[in-house]
Ligand binder design. Structure first.
Ligand code: SAH
Length: 374
């Protein structure tokens, strides 16, 4: 087997240590084919396993009835395909949004508290979107985001990213989920390999679930990784969390802007558009007196005209329940009427604008409210 498949950080820590099992969930079609070839099995076993894990959402080798019994027994002994465990869920009475808490199977020893992540199902008319996490916590420290306040713990593996979809789809019914957004906890482009591998799995011709056109990767702006993503040839949608068109303001609310400036990120998303042909989404959290002034709307109009894009205006969801300090404690949302005015000015300039409804505030599952209180 390829060394890559066994990479230590790709495996939930104690699988290898205590059970000596190889985790197959998260391997791409190519990797699964190679795995079976190395085990002395025919290559098509890779396709069969791929189908079971990623299309039929099997959680146990016993379900895989078209595999010979002896092979199933062998797989059970040597391998593992489960990565997450359901902890609990809560449904918003306001909007029907459902927030799940899943635990990683990484407690070692078993008594140690396991890391937890959140995923949210968001019904919006005909669409039902699943919002998934890519990291436990987040290192970026954006001042308006609850996940930032909890700090960074670790990257999720490809299997852990996929299994959020598996568990949500099993709960709701696979056919009901229409879209996926990588907008939960964490910065997807700082967990680049696992994020790309999960996209490869969703984008594989064999995959029957959600197509890449219905998947959006949201980034705070890691310019070189945006270009790298474009170069993979994967055509998923990209959203840039913009929040301000001014470098100084952006650096105050999003410290990552000091490392990768807005200018570099704009260049990167233009490159992404050129390579993929996918229209870019600008996410813009409305913060009173910070990014909702007349000069802000002017700058946003100018920028949006430079690139094929649409704009999502998001009312800021309070972090008061987190009891933050510093700038975070002072942030307030732009009043509704001002958000409407702001949106209208953009529309008057022929730009596509959505004012996002705030979903699931009552269960702390709205944008930027995801944080685990351990
Ligand atoms: N790290 C990625 C994905 C996670 S954030 C990124 O930054 O894009 C997903 C979206 O929620 C982003 O647009 C983010 O800016 C927005 N968001 C974060 N905190 C928020 C809050 N308190 N209220 C409303 N939206 C928020």
């Amino acid at each position: 087997m390829k060394a890559e498949i066994l990479k230590e950080e790709e495996l939930p820590e104690n699988f290898t240590k205590t059970k000596k099992k190889v985790l197959l969930k998260g391997l791409t079609l190519e990797e699964l084919q190679e795995y079976f070839l190395n085990e002395g099995e025919p290559r098509f076993r890779g396709e069969q396993l791929f189908n079971w894990m990623y299309n039929h959402l099997a959680v146990d080798f016993d379900e895989m009835l078209n595999l010979p019994k002896s092979l199933r027994k062998d797989l059970k002994k040597k391998n593992e395909i489960k990565t997450l465990e359901y902890v609990n869920s809560e449904t918003s009475h306001e909007s029907g949004a459902k927030k799940f808490i899943f635990s990683l199977r990484d407690g070692f020893p078993e008594t140690k508290e396991k890391n937890k992540i959140e995923s949210v199902i968001i019904p919006e008319g005909k669409r039902t979107t699943l919002c998934i996490s890519t990291q436990v916590g987040c290192p970026l420290d954006c001042k308006f985001c609850a996940t930032g306040l909890m700090g960074y713990k670790k990257n999720l593996t490809t299997g852990e990213i996929f299994d959020q979809y598996l568990l949500a789809a099993k709960d709701l019914g696979k056919e009901k989920l229409t879209n996926i957004v990588y907008m939960g906890m964490g910065e997807p482009l700082l967990n680049f390999n696992a994020t790309v591998k999960s996209l490869k799995i969703f984008g594989e011709e064999l995959t029957t679930g959600i197509s890449l056109k219905k998947i959006t990767i949201s980034t705070a702006g890691i310019a070189p990784k945006i270009k790298e993503l474009a170069d993979t040839g994967i055509k998923a949608k990209l959203a840039l969390s913009l929040h301000s068109c001014f470098e100084d303001v952006r650096s105050k609310i999003m410290p990552i802007n000091k490392k990768y400036s807005l200018k570099e990120n704009i260049e990167a998303i233009k490159y992404y558009y050129k390579k993929t042909g996918m229209r870019i989404t600008f996410e813009y959290v409305m913060l009173k007196d910070i990014n909702d002034r007349d000069e802000d709307v002017k700058a946003l109009i100018k920028l949006s005209k430079e690139i094929s894009s649409k704009i999502n205006l998001i009312p800021f969801n309070s972090l008061k329940h987190m009891d933050p300090a510093g700038l975070s404690a002072k942030l307030e949302t732009t009043p509704k009427q001002r958000i409407e005015e702001f949106a209208q000015k953009l529309r008057d300039n022929d730009l596509t604008v959505m004012v996002r409804l705030t979903q699931g505030k009552d269960i702390a599952a709205a944008c930027g409210q995801l944080a685990i209180k351990n």
